[in-house]
Design a protein around this ligand. Structure first.
Ligand code: NAD
Ligand code: COI
Length: 330
C-alpha cells in the first residue's frame, strides 16, 4: 500500500517509520500541509494521512477527485477545518481519531490546577527577583479540599473527573448530555450553579459556535472570588477581555490557558507561538497567576503514537474494506 503523509512533525517521524516497517507499507512523508499546491504530490498514492489545523479547501478536494484519491485519514480529532460538503461532492471519505489519549489532555488540566492552587508562578517570580522571603509567603490551597466544576463530561471531561476524584475533590459537572453508567463521583448541576459554587472550573466542551464565549462577563460575575479557571478545550470558549478584567480585579485567583482565543490558525507550528504580536497574550504571559501554553495539552508520547497508529489503521481499513472505524459522518 502506498500512503502519503502531510503535515509531518519531527516527533511523528519515528512512529510513521515504525508503522511502515511493522506493516510493510510505504509512507512518503512531507512536512508541508495538504492544500491546492501540494495535493499533486498525492497522485498515484492509495490514500492520504494528515495532521493540520489549516483549511482543507474545496479546490484541493476537486483535485483529489481528478486524481481518483478517495481516502483521507486525519491524525487528530477536530474536523472544523475540513470543507465537508466539498469532500462529499468530490467523493472523498474522511476518518479522524476521536480518542488518541483523553488522559493526556486531562492530565494537563490537572497540572495547571495544581500549579495555580499552590501559587508556583508567584514563588518562581519572587525567586527570580531574589526575594527569598517573599517566596515562602504564598500559602496554597489543596485540590482535595476544593470544589471542582467540570463543564463537558465527554471523553476528556470524564478522564479529568476521575483524576479529580483521585485527589478527593468534590466534583460538580455540567453537560446537556450527562454521562451514563460511569462509576465517577460527580454531581450534575446547572451551569449557573456550577459557576457559583466551584473553586476550580475546568472546560472540556467543543469549540462549536454555540459554545462561543460560554465563559463571558456574566459567567465571571457568577463565580466565587478566588476561582481558578482552566481551558484545554478551545480558545473561543472564554471571552479573553472578560478574563483579563477579572484577573486584574483580583476576582480570579488564576487561569490555565492552553487554548487561547486568538491563537493562530496554524497552531501546530509551535515556533510561531508566543510571538503573536498580541498585547493581550503578552499581558497574560507576564502574570504569575496565569499558565499559558501553545495548545500542547495533547502533546505526549502516547498521544502522538496513537494519532499515527489509529489514523493509519483507519486508512488501511478504508483502502482494503471501504470502511473505517471512526469515519467522519457528513
Ligand atoms: P467529547 O465529544 O467526547 O465530549 C464533549 C462533551 O461536551 C460532550 O459530552 C458534550 O455533550 C459536551 N458539551 C457540548 N457543549 C456543551 C456545553 N455548552 N456545556 C456543557 N457540555 C457541553 O469531546 P472530548 O474528546 O472530551 O474533547 C473535548 C474538546 O477538547 C474537543 O472538542 C477539543 O476541542 C478539545 N481538545 C483539545 C486538545 C488540546 O491539545 N488542547 C486535544 C484534544 C481535544
Ligand atoms: C485536537 O485533537 O482537537 C487538538 O486540539 C490537538 C490537535 C490539533 C493536535
Amino acid at each position: 500500500m502506498k500512503i502519503i503523509a502531510y503535515g509531518v512533525r519531527i516527533d511523528e517521524v519515528k512512529y510513521l517509520d515504525d508503522w511502515a516497517k511493522e506493516t510493510g507499507n510505504t509512507v512518503e512523508q512531507h512536512t508541508d500541509y495538504l492544500n491546492e499546491n501540494t495535493v499533486e504530490w498525492a497522485k498515484g498514492f492509495d490514500g492520504i494521512n494528515v495532521l493540520q489545523t489549516t483549511p482543507y479547501s474545496a479546490a484541493m478536494f476537486e483535485k483529489l477527485n481528478e486524481y481518483g484519491i478517495k481516502y483521507i485519514a486525519l491524525r487528530n480529532v477536530g474536523t472544523d477545518n475540513v470543507d465537508l460538503d466539498a469532500a462529499k461532492k468530490a467523493g472523498v471519505r474522511i476518518s479522524n481519531v476521536p480518542a488518541y489519549s483523553p488522559t493526556a489532555i486531562a492530565e494537563f488540566s490537572l497540572t495547571m490546577a495544581l500549579h495555580l492552587l499552590r501559587n508556583v508562578g508567584y514563588v518562581q517570580n519572587d525567586l527570580k527577583n531574589d526575594d527569598f522571603a517573599g517566596a515562602s509567603t504564598h500559602i496554597g490551597r489543596e485540590l482535595g479540599q476544593s470544589v471542582v466544576g467540570v463543564i463537558g463530561t465527554g471523553r476528556i471531561g470524564q478522564a479529568a473527573v476521575k483524576m479529580f476524584n483521585g485527589f478527593g475533590a468534590k466534583v460538580l459537572a455540567y453537560d446537556p448530555y450527562p454521562a451514563k453508567n460511569t462509576d465517577l463521583d460527580m454531581t450534575y448541576v446547572s451551569l449557573d450553579e456550577l459557576l457559583s459554587q466551584a473553586d476550580v472550573i475546568d472546560l472540556h466542551v467543543p469549540g462549536i459556535p454555540a459554545n462561543d464565549h460560554i465563559i463571558d462577563a456574566r459567567a465571571f460575575d457568577l463565580m466565587k472570588p478566588g476561582v481558578v479557571i482552566l481551558n484545554t478545550a478551545r480558545g473561543n470558549l472564554i471571552d479573553t477581555n472578560a478574563l483579563l478584567a477579572n484577573l486584574k480585579s483580583g476576582k480570579l485567583a488564576g487561569a490555565g490557558i492552553d487554548t487561547y482565543e486568538y491563537e493562530t490558525e496554524d497552531l501546530l507550528k509551535f515556533a510561531d507561538h508566543g510571538n503573536f504580536n498580541d498585547p493581550i497574550w503578552d499581558e497574560l504571559l507576564a502574570m504569575p497567576n496565569v499558565v499559558l501554553s501553545p495548545h500542547i495539552a495533547y502533546y505526549t508520547e502516547t498521544a502522538v503514537h496513537n494519532m499515527v497508529y489509529f489514523s493509519m489503521a483507519n486508512l488501511v481499513s478504508f483502502i482494503e474494506k471501504g470502511e473505517a472505524e471512526t469515519e467522519v459522518k457528513f
